[in-house]
Design a protein around this ligand. Structure first.
Ligand code: GLU
Length: 512
């Protein structure tokens, strides 16, 4: 019988979720949804030394922001819980016991100093079939010795007893068969009595089995662990129900030379984390995609294409479209260059298709941050402003630069524009224009425009100079949307007030 597809995203809460981890979560999600399967979020917190407070909440919040929905997890619950490994100690203890009873694992008492000495004495020392009998463990010591050490509460670890000289075959849906010889593997630690916790390897295999995971989709950095995992499935007698592996390609630096790191982001100015992260230990703050003004849909679209394509050159795809097209057939094995400019392009594109009211909502906190109370303006006003300028923005935050004059009158005027457009006759012409504007029966842009243009023409004024000088008084520089859209929106009184202020304060600059 075909098993129901079940995948898991299994982050360790050792810090903020990296953007590469987000892509892993996304591919798990797309694959699960594509096949009507379940997506599990399992928190792998067995490394107590590296636990970072806040990291688990950060993971949940990141996935929620991005729209990656979890079916089973710590928050969601589910029939296979608990979903946090530190709450599954009893289960791991039981399975460690099974391996010990079957002679597939053994207890080792070597202290850190003893291991250090062994490493110093033998170049390339490996704890394995060739060395284990020289070490202090339940294979080399007598049962009485082992018992007395245990009774005395001596700290120990449980190691996996790897049989040398066997070909281990890892089947990877992306990479095909990868065969390695078991002799190169060491007797990995599976459990530590000191903190009564399993290591990643044991916990991962036991959980994937008990949670009936069918596909293990994870980063390439875990490929070297896969042969060990294959042997563990075998040792437990679970080889037949072993999940399929997919090891996703690395995310590379934008120039393709090496693995993407936080430093690349800092150097080139892009975030490597989904959300802003406040490091609890150092107090350092790292920027996130959300806080940098990216839309979650744009981040998803961008990430989906870092290592996968839909088989044609379609670029803009919603989550539903991604789901309907996703398969590992079109995943690449080669590392994916982190083309962050493309991320900006996606964001620009998504901003254009976002309803203006929605962008207006996102603009409100930006306005506030610049000392403007958004409540002083109607929602329609803010949405109309967004509509006029959004073609020029890549990020919500760019709205301020493009549209601040809709909210505050300019206090300074760009010198280069004054030099070019403010002529000795300008104050008199603008004063006349105020009269023309006041006499308009309708101040709507479409009504005002022909009248103003007719007036310019009838008087023989220089159209470019008049319009740009006028714009300078309204905006503070010669940029922005269509001038009659600006005046209609800010209204007659504000338009006139800004013109009067300009006439009063702008001094012509020497014109060469
Ligand atoms: N806890 C591991 C991590 O942090 C999980 C690796 C896996 O998916 O097997 O990435």
């Amino acid at each position: 019988m075909e098993r129901k597809v079940r995948v898991r995203f299994a982050p360790s809460p050792t810090g903020p979720l990296h953007i590469g981890g987000v892509r892993t979560a996304l591919y798990n999600y797309l694959f699960a949804r594509r096949h009507g399967g379940d997506m599990i979020l399992r928190i792998e917190d067995t490394d107590s030394q590296r636990f970072v407070p806040g990291a688990e909440d950060y993971i949940n919040e990141s996935l929620a922001w991005l729209g990656i929905k979890i079916d089973e997890g710590v928050r969601e619950g589910g029939a296979y819980g608990p979903y946090k490994q530190s709450e599954r100690r009893d289960i791991y203890r039981e399975y460690v016991g099974k391996l010990l009873d079957a002679g597939k694992a053994y207890i080792a008492f070597d202290t850190p100093a003893e291991l250090e000495a062994a490493r110093a004495a033998t170049p390339n020392f490996q704890y394995d079939a060739s060395t284990r009998l020289n070490m202090r463990n339940s294979l080399s010591l007598s049962p009485e010795e082992v018992k007395s050490l245990m009774d005395a509460g001596t700290p120990y670890v449980v190691r996996f007893k790897i049989e040398p000289g066997r070909d281990v075959v890892v089947n990877d849906l992306l990479r095909g068969q990868v065969t390695i010889n078991s002799s190169i593997l060491d007797d990995k630690v599976l459990y530590k009595s000191a903190d009564d916790l399993p290591t990643y390897h044991l916990a991962n295999i036991v959980d994937d089995h008990l949670m009936e995971v069918t596909h293990v989709i994870r980063g390439e950095e875990w490929l070297p662990s896969a042969p060990l995992h294959v042997l563990l499935y075998e040792a437990f007698g679970w080889a037949d129900s072993r999940p399929d592996f997919v090891h996703l390609p690395l995310l590379l630096k934008p120039d393709g030379k090496g693995k993407l790191s936080k430093r690349d982001g800092d150097r080139l100015g892009f975030p490597v984390f989904p959300l802003e992260w406040h490091d609890p230990a150092s107090g350092n703050v790292s920027t996130g995609y959300r806080e940098s003004g990216y839309l979650p849909e744009a981040v998803i679209n961008f990430l989906a294409l870092l290592g996968w394509n839909p088989g044609d050159d379609t670029e803009i795809m919603s989550m539903d479209e991604l789901i309907s097209k996703f398969s590992f057939e079109h995943c690449s094995k080669a590392g994916a260059k982190f083309a962050y400019e493309k991320g900006r392009w996606f964001n620009h594109e998504y901003l254009q298709t976002t309803p203006d009211e929605e962008l207006g909502e996102l603009f409100r906190p930006v306005l506030e941050a610049h000392g403007v109370n958004p409540d002083d303006f109607s929602r329609e006003y803010i949405a109309r402003v967004v509509e006029l300028v959004k073609g020029r923005i890549n990020f919500v935050g760019d709205l301020w630069d493009q549209a601040k004059f809709f909210f505050v009158a300019p206090e300074t005027y760009a010198e280069k524009d004054i030099r070019k457009r403010w002529k000795p006759e300008t104050p008199a012409i603008l004063t006349e224009l105020i009269g023309v504007l006041r006499a308009l029966p309708s101040f709507k842009g479409a009504d005002a425009e022909p009248v103003v243009l007719g007036w310019v023409e009838a008087n023989g004024y220089h159209l470019g100079n008049v319009m740009n000088a006028w714009r300078l008084t309204l905006v503070g520089e010669c940029k922005g949307p269509h001038i009659f859209d600006i005046t209609e929106l800010i209204g007659l009184e504000e338009t006139v007030a800004r013109m009067e202020r300009g006439i009063e304060t702008i001094q012509p600059v020497d014109q060469q």
